[in-house]
Each structure stands twice: as C-alpha cells, then as structure tokens.
Design a binder for this molecule. Structure first.
Ligand code: PLP
Length: 400
C-alpha cells in the first residue's frame, strides 16, 4: 500500500484534491436534523432546497409512454431536436430576442450545464467574478477548473441586489467571465433590468463573457423575471442557463439547458460528447412536453410558494428583533438574526438543539448573508407554521 501511494503521489489528482474540501460545516445542521428525524424525533426541516411537490402527473405519463415506445437510446450530445426547439421557443417567449435551435444545448441538470459552459470558457488561472451571496454549488465547479474567483458583495442594504459599479471595479486583465444568478439563491433577489443592460454592454465592450444562471426564472412573485437575454442588446458574449429542477419539481430528472451563441454551442456539444454523452431520450421528450404545456403546472406551484412566503413573512413579522427582506422569487427567505447572535452557525445549532428546527446558516452562502439564517419554503403550510412558532419560542427564550 505504501509503495502504491508513493508511486501515485497523493493517490488522486490535484482536481480531486481541490474538490475534497470540507463543505460539511454548512450542512452539519441539516445532517444532524435528518439523523434526529431518523431516530424518531419530531423535527421541522427548513434546510432543504428540493421542491416538495410531485412532478405533475401528465409529465410523468409522457415520460413513461415515450419509454414504452422505445425512446431509450443514445441521444445527440447537444440534445434532441424536439427539446432544443421547445427551449428555443420558451426563451423567445420570455425575451425580446428570438432564439434558434442552434443556440440551445441540453444537459442533465443546471449544474452540468454550468460546468460545461465554464469548461468551454475558462482555463486554469483565469479570473471569474461572482456575486456574494452565491449558490453553494458554484464553488466546487470553479475549484474543479482551478480558476481564481473574485466576489462582489450584494448587500442586504441594497436588497441583496449587486451594483453595476462594483462589477466594473472588480474587473482585471485576467477577468474572462462574470457569472451572475437572477432570480437568486439564497436571497430571491432579482437583478434589475438596467443593471443587466449596463453590465452586458460593458462586458461586450471589454470582451468578457457574461453568464447568467436563471434556474428560478419561472418562480417570481410581484416582480417579473427579466432574462439577461431580454436586457442585453447584443448576445455575442451572453450565455443563459436554466432548467426544470425547481419550476416543474423535476430535480431528480436532471434537465437543464444553456442558450449561447451558435459557435460556443458547437464547443459545448464537443464537451458534452466526451462527458455526459447525451441525456435520456424519454426524459427529453417529457421535458419538451413540460415546456410546451407548462402554463398551469408552473403557475399553480408558483402560487403555492407565494402563499407560503406570505405565511412565513406574516409569522416573522410577529417575532421581535429579527429582520428579513421579502424575497421576490424562489423558495427561500433569509432572516437576519444578528440582534441575537452574530454567529449564524451557532444560532442554527442552538435552534436545532432546543426546538428541533433545522435551517442553514447564511454564512454558507458568503459574507453578505452571514448573521442570517435561510428558511426554505419547500414544506406544506402547517409545517411552516410549526417551524415559525418554534423559531419564535426560541427567540423569546433568548430574550428572556
Ligand atoms: C441557483 C441554482 N443554480 C443551480 C442549481 C442546481 O440545479 P440542478 O439541480 O438543475 O443542477 C440550484 C439548485 O439548488 C440553484 O439554486
């Protein structure tokens, strides 16, 4: 064994070592909560981001029927034409620009789409600018590519919306990509159209790719989603990534896409051909069906999340000393608990220990959400109410 290891350096590649980080702390409270639940304890889990709704029945039926007629073979690396066309139609519906099939590529989930796009745009050592707070899944992708990551702060003082001037100030000669997320996880912030427009014009002039994760695009409440493709005048340096995991409660189906200039899409196809080698045909058929017929499923689920958001906000209004920004989209609420504890991990641990409620510490998402906890809305209303009541009891006990 010793000889094997010495010949193999550290046994695994540098990439494996870069991925072998301890993200466990962020998820510790969640893991502990699951453990307590398995032991039979009554735990309210508000720490997950997976929709609790079932995938709508017609989508399931569609997949099954396509599986039965033999749609179970290899698929083109860029995706089945029927789904690429459905995505192009959807993107054209939500944007002022048209969208052609040549701009669309299909992936097993948004994560895979992001990894493929970043792999085709970045070399080791290149610089990417991202917004703090960010979705935790970005970090390992950027680490895998060995790029250098620069963050700009989206402060709660500005409703967690990033500011155009901060992007410009962060750009250096090495910046190749600015990576944004709107509507955003974890805060539900929507980047205003004017910021997107200014940023896209600036990036085009400076020769920087602007990539936007819009996985919550179908998930907005009062403020409508504005796609980067709507805000941008020129699309030559623009990539939009989206998928069905959240909007259609299809997280386990693994369905995402990228919309990029045709020449980049060709490279994305080459990358996909050696990595994913296509997605299951019957899943792509069902995804195309979902996109072509999604009006009522998506609206019903979005309405339910909005009602849950209102319910939780009403409960939070009743808890002294905490603050929150009403999210405009998505399935999370960031709650400022600094009045009680600057250390959000400790707050979350004590909340779990004393009230059996699990939430994620905001610092897991970056420095701008430290001193916050993230509550998720992927539970039925009675569970959300129970969770909020326990949170209130906990806060009152801290006051006492
Ligand atoms: C902002 C954001 N992007 C991407 C993902 C991952 O999406 P998928 O499950 O389709 O890979 C998530 C999941 O939580 C997310 O919140």
């Amino acid at each position: 064994m010793a000889q094997f290891q010495s010949r193999q350096r550290d046994g695994v590649s540098k990439l494996s070592q870069r991925l072998d980080t301890d993200s466990a702390e962020a998820w510790q409270v969640h893991s502990q909560a699951l453990q307590l639940q398995q032991q039979g304890n009554d735990v309210v889990i508000l720490s997950i981001g997976d929709p609790d709704f079932r995938t709508p029945e017609p989508i399931i039926d569609n997949a099954v029927s396509h599986m039965r007629v033999g749609r179970t073979h290899y698929s083109p690396a860029l995706g089945e034409l029927n789904l690429r066309r459905a995505v192009a139609d959807y993107e054209a519906r939500i944007s002022s620009h048209g969208c052609s099939v040549e701009e669309v590529s299909i992936y097993p989930g948004v994560t895979s789409a992001i990894y493929t796009v970043m792999s085709c745009l970045l070399d080791a050592g290149d610089e990417v600018i991202i917004v703090d707070p960010w979705y935790v899944g970005y970090e390992p992708i950027l680490a895998a590519l060995d790029v250098s990551t620069k963050t700009i702060i989206a402060s709660p003082k500005n409703n967690f919306e990033p500011v155009y001037d901060d992007f410009v100030a962060a750009v250096t000669d090495k910046t190749r990509v600015i990576f944004i997320n709107t509507p955003g996880n974890p805060t539900g912030a929507i980047i205003p159209k004017e910021t997107l427009k200014q940023l896209s014009t600036y990036c085009f002039k400076e020769g920087i790719w602007l990539v936007c994760d819009e996985v919550y695009s179908m998930f907005t409440y009062e403020t409508p989603h504005i796609s980067l493709r709507t805000a941008a005048d020129i699309l030559e340096n623009i990539v939009v990534i989206d998928g069905l995991s959240k909007s259609h409660a299809m997280s386990g189906w693994r369905m995402g896409w990228a919309v990029a200039p045709p020449e980049l899409t060709r490279h994305l196809g080459n990358f996909a051909a050696m990595s994913t080698f296509g997605c299951p045909q019957f899943i792509q058929d069902a995804a195309a069906f979902a996109l072509n017929n999604d009006e009522y499923y998506v609206r019903d689920m979005c309405r339910a999340y909005r009602k849950r958001r209102d319910l939780v906000c009403a409960h939070l209004d009743d808890i002294p000393g905490i603050n929150y920004i009403r999210p405009q989209s998505g399935m999370f609420i960031m709650v400022d608990i600094r009045k009680y504890n600057e250390n959000d991990t400790e707050f979350a641990q004590h909340l779990l220990a004393s009230q059996r409620v699990s939430v994620l510490p905001g610092s897991a998402f970056g420095s701008s959400t430290s001193g916050h906890i993230r509550l998720s809305l992927v539970q039925p209303e009675n569970i959300l109410t129970e969770g909020c009541e326990r949170l209130k009891d906990f806060v009152l006990s801290l006051q006492g």
